[in-house]
Structure formats: structure tokens, C-alpha cells
Design a protein around this ligand. Structure first.
Ligand code: GDP
Length: 406
């Protein structure tokens, strides 16, 4: 993910500061300037970055900090909190509930990734035990129904649409009635997109929305627009009651950070991000775990979710207990590496483990990453069960640095 570069730059700036013999005003300013440069490059709004700098300087008053204080830790925590504030809209969204039909409507501009995302969303909840179904109410784009049909078939999800009916409201109503009758509990409607925001698009969205009475309207947006996401999200919010946003193509655009922070500024919760064209290149988005992974600090709750998906039921309780007790030993890591190889996109899973940033397992170089994991496992084989985690990470990071130097 391109965002891994942003996280890597911020982590390196913090690391460089930690390496300084004395952390004084000059060292702190250099560190914050480098973090700001990284955020500007990700297209984060100037004002937000300025505020972040000012807030951190206010919190971290070096003169007032007594000698005993761990300045490095206080600064790191302040950076972490400020990044979270930047991405936190302060609102949560509706989440589908079992035992009732949840009606979800997708809106967005053409090409944003709406149709692809509908299936990813359905697939995500299918894995969690829901019974999803897809309705194609996009009668504007030729081929929209075929595309949804193809994606749905691949994921083994039932679908409804028409090649002849031109009224999206009629299709949406018919599909909804059928899937409710057949007891589907997550009914997802894909609506038309246009090249730009225009009255006809918004009017059609409003009509479908009135007919469906959705529990949640999700606005899908392409991350490449960066901070312009603010205006786009506002425009959609003013026309239909958008309850959540999904930002797509976070794998390919350096402006992803800007898009995420701009959406947060409209007070709309981002619930997922799209990180590739494939069905499982889709990640639940929560501010703190996201920032934590961005900075290479891991995300245990995300990792546990993945474990529920791949670890045999009978082994789960023991493993989860060890993890919640903070008992993450080399032996457990070794066993989990074996599971990780079957968990899905490596870059996504590895960044959930503290000490591993997504930079270490870059997307698109999965084969290389698998070789790396096998190499780590060989290194662990040569260590005792009491092997030291810190030593292990020191070795693998030194290994990466050596590789980069070659
Ligand atoms: P729609 O017009 O909004 O329905 O957009 P589509 O679903 O047809 O997607 C447009 C293009 O974007 C397709 O080629 C998708 O494969 C691609 N796409 C969608 N989401 C992502 C993503 O998260 N990452 C990448 N790299 N491509 C995506």
C-alpha cells in the first residue's frame, strides 16, 4: 500500500529523533518538519498539518518535562494521538445486525470502484456468517449488470438485475421484495454513477433511496482525489443521507492520506478501504488500529479477527488467551506465521503484528514476502523457545537494512 511509505517516513522520523543523544527543541522541530513533509506529500490539507504541529508542540513542552520523563515516548504518543484526531470523524456508522434484513445502498461517481466494492462488502459479511444478496439498480452504464453478475458469481452471492428494465427504482423494489422473501439478511443495492456530480444523478439516488428506505447509504470514493474528497463527500452528504464512506484504490495513490483526513473533516466515518482489485483486498477501517499499523505498532484486534477466520476452532481459545495476556512468544509467532501464509494478502496481515510495518511486506511482491516469512521461520528454528522477541526484530530489521543497502 502506498500509505505504508507515509507510515514508514513518519516512523523513521520518530526513530531518528530517538537516536539523538539529547532531545531538544531543534531535534523535535526537525522530527515534526519531516512528519509534516510526509503528510503534505500524501496531500493532507495544509491547515490540518499546521494544527497538528502546533498541538504537539503545546503538549510536548520540553522545558517543563522533568529529567526523569521519557520524552521519546511522550512525543511518540502525541504524534499517534494527533494522527488519530486527524482521521477520526467523531462519529460511528450503522453496522449490519444479524436476525433482520439489513438494507445497504451504495452511491458514488462512475469509476470510483462502486460495483467492485459492493461485492467486496458482501463477501466480507458473508465470511462473518451473513446471507448477502446484490441488486444492480445501475441502468445508466452499459455493462454494469454484467459486471455485478460476474463479481457476484465469483463470490457465490445471489444477484438481481435486468437487461431490459430502465427504471432503477422498479429494479430495486423487485430485488428487495424477492430477497426479503427469501430471507437474505444483507441486501445490497448498487446504484448508477456519472462522470461528475449532476442533478440527474442526485435525483435518481434520492428516488431509489425513498423506495428502498435503506439502513445505511455508503458513499464510495476514489482515493486519488486527495483532499478534494472534502467537497465530494459534502456534496453527496447534502443530497442523500450518507451514513458511511468507503475509500477505494488506497493501493495505488500517494494521496490516500489526504483523502482519509478530508473525509473525516466532513464528519463521515470511513468504514472500509479498498486496497486492490481482488475480493479480499478490502480492509475494515478504524482509526486507532489503522494509525497503529501505519506506524508499525500492530493491530491485535484485527489480527484476532483474522485468526477467527483461519485457525481451527478448537485451537482458538488457548491462542486468544495467550495473546490477550500479552504472552506473544516466538513460538506463538512461529505457529502464526504458518497460519498467516493462508490468511489472505500478506501485506495486510503482517502489518497487524507489532514490529512489522506494511513496508516490510510490500503489496505486489507477495512471493518475495512469502520467502521472507519462510526465512524468518528458519531463523526462529535456530532460536530456543525462550528466544527474545527484541533480538528477533533487531535481526530482521538489520536484515532489511542490509538488503536495502545491497
Ligand atoms: P464503478 O464505476 O464505480 O462501479 O467502478 P468499478 O467497480 O467498475 O471499478 C472501476 C475500476 O477500479 C475497476 O477496474 C476496478 O477493478 C478498480 N478498482 C476498484 N476498487 C479498487 C481498489 O481498491 N484498488 C484498485 N487498484 N482498483 C480498484
Amino acid at each position: 500500500m502506498v500509505l505504508a511509505e507515509l507510515g514508514g517516513r513518519i516512523s523513521r522520523a520518530l526513530q531518528q529523533m530517538s537516536n539523538a543523544t539529547v532531545i531538544d527543541e531543534k531535534v523535535l522541530t526537525e522530527c515534526l518538519n519531516e512528519i509534516s513533509r510526509a503528510l503534505f506529500q500524501a496531500d493532507v490539507q495544509f491547515k490540518m498539518v499546521q494544527n497538528m504541529q502546533a498541538n504537539i508542540k503545546k503538549i510536548v513542552n520540553l522545558e517543563d518535562l522533568a529529567a526523569g520523563h521519557n520524552k521519546r515516548r511522550i512525543i511518540q504518543q502525541a504524534v499517534f494521538n494527533e494522527l488519530c484526531n486527524m482521521l477520526d470523524p467523531g462519529k460511528t456508522s450503522y453496522t449490519p445486525k444479524k436476525g433482520k434484513p439489513n438494507i445497504i445502498m451504495f452511491v458514488g461517481l462512475q469509476g470510483s470502484g462502486k460495483t467492485t466494492t459492493c461485492t467486496k462488502y458482501a463477501y466480507h459479511y458473508q465470511k462473518k456468517g451473513f446471507k448477502p444478496a446484490l441488486i444492480c439498480a445501475d441502468t445508466f452504464r452499459a455493462g454494469a449488470f454484467d459486471q455485478l453478475k460476474q463479481n457476484a458469481t465469483k463470490a457465490k452471492i445471489p444477484f438481481y438485475g435486468s437487461y431490459t428494465e430502465t427504471d432503477p427504482v422498479k429494479i430495486a423494489q423487485e430485488g428487495l421484495e424477492r430477497f426479503k422473501r427469501e430471507n437474505y439478511d444483507l441486501i445490497i443495492v448498487d446504484t448508477s454513477g456519472r462522470h461528475k456530480q449532476e442533478t440527474a444523478l442526485f435525483e435518481e439516488m434520492r428516488q431509489v433511496s425513498v423506495a428502498m428506505n435503506p439502513d445505511l447509504v455508503i458513499f464510495v470514493m476514489d482515493s486519488s482525489i486527495g483532499q478534494a474528497a472534502f467537497d465530494q463527500a459534502q456534496a453527496f452528504k447534502q443530497s442523500v443521507s450518507v451514513g458511511a464512506v468507503i475509500v477505494t484504490k488506497m493501493d495505488g495513490h500517494a494521496k490516500g492520506g489526504g483523502a482519509l483526513s478530508a473525509v473525516a473533516a466532513t464528519k463521515s466515518p470511513v468504514i472500509f478501504i479498498g486496497t486492490g482489485e481482488h475480493m479480499d483486498e478490502f480492509e475494515a477501517f478504524e482509526t486507532k488500529p489503522f494509525v497503529s499499523r501505519l506506524l508499525g505498532m500492530g493491530d491485535w484486534s484485527g489480527f484476532m479477527d483474522k485468526i477467527h477466520e483461519v485457525v481451527p476452532m478448537e485451537q482458538q481459545p488457548e491462542l486468544l488467551q495467550k495473546l490477550t495476556e500479552g504472552n506473544f512468544t516466538l513460538r506463538i509467532m512461529y505457529e502464526q506465521f504458518q497460519n498467516i501464509l493462508s490468511m489472505g494478502p500478506l501485506s495486510q496481515v503482517m502489518s497487524m503484528i507489532p514490529g512489522f510495518s506494511a513496508e516490510l511486506m510490500p503489496k505486489g511482491r507477495e512471493k518475495e514476502s512469502q520467502t521472507k516469512i519462510k526465512k524468518f521461520m528458519t531463523m526462529m528454528d535456530s532460536m530456543t523457545n525462550d528466544g527474545n522477541m527484541y533480538l528477533f526484530f533487531t535481526i530482521i530489521h538489520a536484515d532489511i537494512v542490509c538488503l536495502e543497502m545491497l
